[in-house]
Design a protein around this ligand. Sequence first.
Ligand code: SAM
Length: 327
Amino acid sequence: MTAKLIDHFGRRIEYVRLSVTDRCNLRCFYCLPKGYKTFEEPGNWLTFDEIERVIRAFAELGVNRVRLTGGEPLLRKGLPRLAGTLSALPGIEDLSLSTNATLLERHAADLRRAGISRINVSLDSLKPERFARITGGRLEPVLAGLMAAKDAGLAPIKINMLALKGVNDDEFEAMVRFCLEHGFTLRLIETMPMGNTGRGASRRYLNLQEVKRKLAKTFELIPGVMPGGGPARYVQVKGTDLRIGFIAPISQHFCETCNRVRLTVDGTLYLCLGQEHSVPLRPRLREGISDAGLKAALTEALALKPERHEFREKPYQVIRLMSMTGG
Ligand code: SAM
């Protein structure tokens, strides 16, 4: 492998977030509008063969990490089969999954066997009624999914919790204790103005620097590190293995270290979560582009990667929902 994907700002791209569906079985109020049904037509979904081609091309250009996401990726039929194919591709060293865990109990062992090394699970509340208010779904299958993942040996398991003022800001300590009890890693996340739902949730925005100060009153926090190459800044609870990551795209944007691009289920390559720069790959794939042509298209697309998101300066800019791009 010689070619490398390096953008105009000197950032090397080695990570692809791959959305395998834009559908979701939850309706988190900050993400998908209630009653939303305008999903991508199945005929426009990249097939597993098309996905494999694109990821193989990326791997030949130096990408070594892929995360399966969505929508809810476990809604895509045959996901463990796709995971098995992708994890076997030369150059792919790390295949991970972001899930709401509602369907994880039944799939955890298969996913592990297919080469998924680690998972991130969204969990904003441990209170069943509150969970239902936030997501429109039930907490119980999520907890069962988490325990199945633990039993299947998926590790690390990271809990992604959106910090929402007046919604779950009395639960950070409880979530820290839950993660301590089960050996999970906790990541707290600031809400982003993605689509109308995300913008609506901005009035629930909480600056994570404040949350960290609050947690430090209860737990002794020391600097921590966590392998994984993501944007979270970690602390560790002293005397334990528990790490807490803070993902603060708004209060501390981390675009200068961005190492990723995103591929949606319809084969659109997005160069930035917070901007609209994109390249449609599906037509090229279906017109019969050669492998060399595909790699050239990916390399050319990188020229569009913007320097940074502008969630603060232009909160009305991103009209697509998080579930479309793949969170
Ligand atoms: N269904 C999978 C899951 O639950 O992890 C993957 C997709 S979901 C869109 C990925 C992540 O995006 C979730 O952790 C969710 O909390 C986050 N998310 C959705 N809308 C968001 C927003 N407006 N701001 C910040 N995070 C958001």
